[in-house]
Ligand binder design. Structure first.
Ligand SMILES: [Zn+2]
Ligand SMILES: [Zn+2]
Length: 342
């Protein structure tokens, strides 16, 4: 089969590899659609996180497809079923899982392999994180379940409420998914902050109430002037840089919540103002990844179009052109996610 393998920094090669062989409890899926992700781009450009990816590997973790082969004695799924799965499956029995923190599982398994004609889903993932895709949902839409699930985890932990003003730093795919989600949760006003006008225009088109170009405007002052001097109820950092982590702290009101969603490189330290946390009762939190429950919920929100992810897939390309897809994502200001059709 054809597959895109990541060998290292900016080294992605489309090669012929063997179709995986299905073992006990496993399922083979013909990938019909995969989407590019900010995490993929980050790993491609900056390097990889050893815990979750070992090189060389077939790349890509947002995908959906058709079940081709099912291990013997497995009752579900059946052949021909349209499914999505992964990109993670918690063990359900470690200390973190037993506390309900499935996203922090000590024995998490991760699945890479969406940028290929076939992907084999491990037995545990078939059990805890594989879902059938409703008829009206395209494979590419279903592939977006993974990032939306991460966003749901973030906003649920941050406790976004009806009537909140939410400021979001970063108008890339993750920032936009946050914006679409908090609007549905009843945010009264969303303020999107980015350095690229084209992205802010896209955010406005998708429903952002206010946009701020941080390269041209004073971000903290503008957010304050839009909120009668107080700051936003909830601030979400959706980039993953120490500078924007610190900037997020300056945009929240007293008693507000700052969700540091974007992952910074390991070892990064940021400055936090103690006065703001004590006298200002600021809650600063991070969230990581997501849980099987939220994967399920994300897929059904996509299916009902409660959260319409279709506008986020700005281009479709074939698997053989994946190198160019990542070049385009690295340089283009207009692309959000590229659908890869193997
Ligand atoms: Zn992703
Ligand atoms: Zn566990």
């Amino acid at each position: 089969m054809r597959a895109a393998l990541l060998y290292g920094l900016k080294d992605l090669r489309v090669e012929d590899v063997d179709v995986p062989i299905v073992d006990a409890g496993e399922v083979l899926v013909r990938v019909r659609g995969a989407t590019t992700c900010g995490t993929d781009l980050k790993i491609f450009q900056r390097g990889y996180v050893e815990k979750i990816i070992k090189l060389p590997t077939i790349f890509g973790h947002e995908w959906a497809g058709e079940v081709i082969e099912v291990a013997e004695r497995l009752e579900w799924p059946r052949k021909g079923m349209r499914v999505r799965a992964g990109n993670s499956a918690p063990c359900l029995h470690c200390a973190m899982c037993q506390k309900g923190k499935y996203n922090l599982c000590e024995n998490m398994i991760w699945l890479w392999g969406g940028y290929a004609e076939y992907v084999k889903v491990p037995a545990r993932m078939v059990l805890v994180n594989m879902q059938e895709i409703p008829e009206q949902v395209s494979y590419l839409e279903a592939a977006v379940t993974e990032p939306l699930a991460c966003v749901l985890h973030g906003v649920e932990e941050a406790g976004v409420k009806l009537g909140d003003t939410v400021a979001i730093i970063g108008a890339g795919p993750i920032g936009l998914l946050h914006m679409l989600t908090v609007r549905r949760m009843g945010a009264e006003r969303t303020i999107m902050i980015d350095l690229v006008d084209e992205r802010l225009d896209m955010a406005a088109k998708l429903g952002a109430d206010e946009t701020i170009n941080g390269g041209k405007q004073q971000v903290a002052e503008t957010v304050r002037s839009l909120t009668a001097g107080y700051g936003a109820d909830v601030v979400i950092e959706a980039i993953g840089l120490p500078a924007t982590w610190e900037q997020a702290l300056k945009l929240a009101r007293k008693g507000g919540v700052v969700l540091e969603f974007g992952g910074c490189p390991l070892g990064t330290e940021v400055k936090v103002n103690a006065e703001q946390i004590h006298y200002g009762e600021l809650t600063v939190m991070g969230t990581f990844h997501t849980t099987p429950l939220q994967f399920r919920k994300a897929l059904s929100l996509i299916a009902s179009r409660t959260i319409d992810v279709r506008p986020l897939i700005t281009r479709e390309m074939e698997l053989q052109d994946i190198g160019r897809a990542f070049e385009i994502l690295s340089t283009s200001k207009n692309e959000i996610k590229i659908g890869i059709v193997p």
